[in-house]
Design a protein around this ligand. Structure first.
Ligand code: THG
Length: 369
């Protein structure tokens, strides 16, 4: 029996880099924001080892940008998130939980501030554009809300800075974590941030204009030949080790930011205007009764986690695993899940009902990295 394939059509949007990704030998895709997102090149394990040692170029164009522009831009931004944005300066990136009127998570994007009147929201996999447009229209805000022709390209791994300097110049070195600068490639300015969906360090180029996508890709691949640069993609193993959350997998609209461990990105008291503020003030006063944790799951490599796996303790259901995989470096299965407060303490032993049988697992308060 052969594995199912993903049928590709116009709705599974290509990116400015898709031709290069194909030429590089991509072996698997997922769909994210209705767009192709590579998941594997050589093998997930080979890609993982390479990411931790060298440098990779990732087509993450599916991290679509919502551009908010106009006199009410800052007001709309604050309506979307319980993180207080008053201290956010131009050139800063903020990881911002986005919540609805019940305090439920709608997305967990990175926001970029250009000026008081211009922001990008670099979204995870949900149609946040429609929520932002609905709020702007419903509240008669003086803003433009659109998806510009901007395609993020990530450069990740321990040699990322060296590679980026060769293509974008020494200015790259001055960019601090979660800051961006406008740097030029072939005379075109675009935001370059020190950020990315790995714990190995690196940058994200917000490639401005699809027409220049292949030229930037090629420049990085040529300049990095002696650095062993390769095409890569967000790596399942590395992101679970680092507990980087995946919207739709590890959290949904059913969860508050506090349950997701994103309480440190909430300033609900002072985030005046956030549509979820009242709801979050109510739940935050009690504190969450379940929360995201990392887990080490015993036994042989687990199968793919395509649906939540129940967690039991003493016969009671106390949570669920939402992402899991074998970690070659930690020589155990690593996982992300949500667990009730009665069992969320570091080191607690629980049972996970994986598709191939019940396994013992240990709760970890910290991530693996
Ligand atoms: N980069 C950009 N856009 C994105 C992602 C990204 N959009 C979709 C998705 N990823 C959004 N989700 C995340 C999740 C985690 C992080 C960023 C985006 C992240 N977290 C760091 C951490 O948890 O260690 C640091 C957060 C902080 O300290 O502020 O980077 O990856 N452009």
């Amino acid at each position: 029996m052969s594995a199912p394939v993903l049928s590709i059509s116009r709705r599974t949007r290509e990116t400015p880099f898709t031709r290069r990704v194909t030429e590089a030998g991509v072996r698997g895709y997922t769909v994210y924001n209705h767009m192709l997102l590579p998941t594997v090149f050589e093998s997930v394990e080979a890609d993982y080892h390479h990411l931790k040692r060298h440098v990779q170029v990732w087509d993450v164009a599916c991290e679509r940008q919502i551009e908010i522009r106009g006199p009410d831009a800052a007001r709309l931004m604050q309506m979307l998130t319980p993180r207080d944005l008053r201290g956010m300066n131009p050139g800063q990136c903020y990881y911002v939980p986005i919540v609805d009127e019940t305090g439920g998570m709608l997305n967990d994007p990175v926001a970029l501030k250009f000026t008081d009147e211009k922001f990008y929201i670099s979204i995870a996999d949900s149609d946040l554009l429609f929520w932002a447009k609905g709020l702007a229209y419903g509240f008669r805000l003086d803003v433009d809300v659109n998806e510009p022709d901007v395609a993020p390209l990530a450069v990740q791994g321990p040699k990322a800075e060296e590679l980026m300097v060769r293509v974008f110049g020494e200015g790259v070195r001055n960019i601090r974590f979660f800051r961006f600068a406008l740097l030029s490639f072939q005379g075109r300015e675009m935001p370059v941030a020190r950020s990315g969906y790995s714990k190995q360090g690196g940058f994200e180029i917000y490639v401005t204009g699809s027409d220049i996508g292949e030229a930037i890709w090629d420049a990085l691949i040529v300049a990095g030949a002696d650095l062993n640069v390769r095409a890569g993609c967000p790596n399942l193993i590395e992101r679970i080790e680092g507990r980087l959350l995946s919207y739709g997998n590890d959290m949904t609209r059913e969860n508050t930011p506090h349950e997701c461990g994103l309480g440190r990105f909430c300033d609900t008291q002072t985030a005046i205007g956030c549509v979820g503020r009242d709801a979050l003030l109510r739940v935050a006063s009690e504190g969450p009764v379940r929360q995201i944790r990392s887990f080490a799951i015993a036994g042989d490599p687990v199968p793919a986690c395509t649906r939540p796996w129940p967690i039991y303790a003493g016969g009671d259901r106390v949570g669920q695993i939402s992402s899991a995989t074998w970690s070659p470096d930690f020589e155990t299965n690593v996982a992300i899940g949500m667990i009730r407060m009665t069992h969320w303490k570091d080191g607690t032993t629980v049972e996970v009902e994986a598709p191939d049988g019940t396994r013992s697992a240990q709760v970890r308060e910290a991530s693996f990295i």
